[in-house]
Design a protein around this ligand. Structure first.
Ligand SMILES: [Fe+2]
Length: 295
């Protein structure tokens, strides 16, 4: 299973698409009706969908796997009694995969789809362009319960726990979904994988030239060991350039909060960043999910 894409609803699609193409670095794939699809350089039909709608919302975080894997998750979702859609044979989008929507305990909008047979070729590597969606982080008021849905129903593994966050994986990446403690269930942020640290720093410069300051970064996280730089886009969502995410295997030992306690005044490995806590908190506290779509 892999994290594949995120789907947003935005009141101003053109503004969001224009930002994600330049300065952010995505490539526009197609538009149909109210929706525009964009991709990174990975061989995927798309990584981000923007659908014009009255209110901003995350419509879904989409995971992909073989038909056998996705059908097995569907059966466990039904058995667990989570809110979910019926099985949908053909999503009307590039790749036209089949699958289903399911809501996490606090409404986190997940979607599982079957990998298509004909993925497009990767685009040439480019330090200016994101490769793919790296991870999605949700805010939750009950981290333990939310995390258990992923491990017990979706088949994820818990990679690490800190005092405030839990990091979960479904492939070799240290995490593709994480949960952070807050009072309101909202989208915390979406991360885009860049080629390397140099690409993250070049991205920061490109955003700066376009008038978009970094709200947190640059730095290197503890869990996942990834380099990061966070921004709040014109659409209000917190988004991250990241690189060098740790790859782990079955033997990775789940870390506990005491393993990841930084010294006072630090919360990353480098200690050089500036951080606009107000901007991050405003984004994280207010970016909502869309109610579960029945398809
Ligand atoms: Fe992140």
């Amino acid at each position: 299973m892999h994290l594949r894409s995120v789907e947003f609803q935005m009141p101003d699609r053109a503004e969001a698409v224009n930002f994600l193409v330049a300065p952010w670095g995505m490539t526009e794939v197609a538009s149909q009706g109210p929706t525009t699809w964009l991709r990174g350089t990975a061989g995927q039909h798309y990584s981000v969908a923007i659908t014009e709608g009255a209110e901003r919302a995350l419509l879904s975080a989409t995971l992909t796997g073989t038909r056998e894997e996705v059908e097995a998750v569907y059966e466990r979702v039904r058995a667990a009694g989570l809110r979910h859609s019926e099985w949908i044979e053909c999503f009307d989008e590039p790749g036209q995969s089949s699958g289903f929507h399911v809501a996490g305990l606090e409404g986190e909008p997940y979607r599982f789809v079957v990998e298509g047979d004909r993925a497009p070729d990767a685009l040439p590597a480019d330090r200016g362009c994101p490769i793919r969606i790296a991870h999605v982080v949700f805010n939750t008021s009950d981290r333990e319960a939310s995390t258990r849905v992923l491990t017990d129903v979706f088949g994820f593994r818990l990679s690490d726990r800190t005092a405030y966050m839990s990091f979960l994986r479904c492939d070799e990446l240290h995490h593709v979904i994480a949960y952070a403690d807050t009072k309101r269930p909202t989208l915390n942020h979406v991360a885009f994988e860049m080629q390397d640290t140099d690409a993250v720093l070049r991205g920061m410069g490109r955003l700066k030239d376009a008038g978009w300051g970094t709200v947190w970064g640059p730095g290197r996280h503890g869990p996942g060991d990834n380099v990061f730089a966070y921004f709040v886009g014109p659409f209000g969502a917190c988004i991250e350039y990241t690189a060098e995410i740790q790859r782990v295997d079955e033997d990775y030992v789940t870390g506990t909060p005491d393993k990841w306690a930084f010294p006072t005044g630090r919360n990353d490995q480098w200690g050089i960043f500036s951080r606009d806590m107000d901007a991050m908190a405003a984004s994280g506290a207010t970016f909502p999910y869309h109610p579960l779509r029945a398809g």
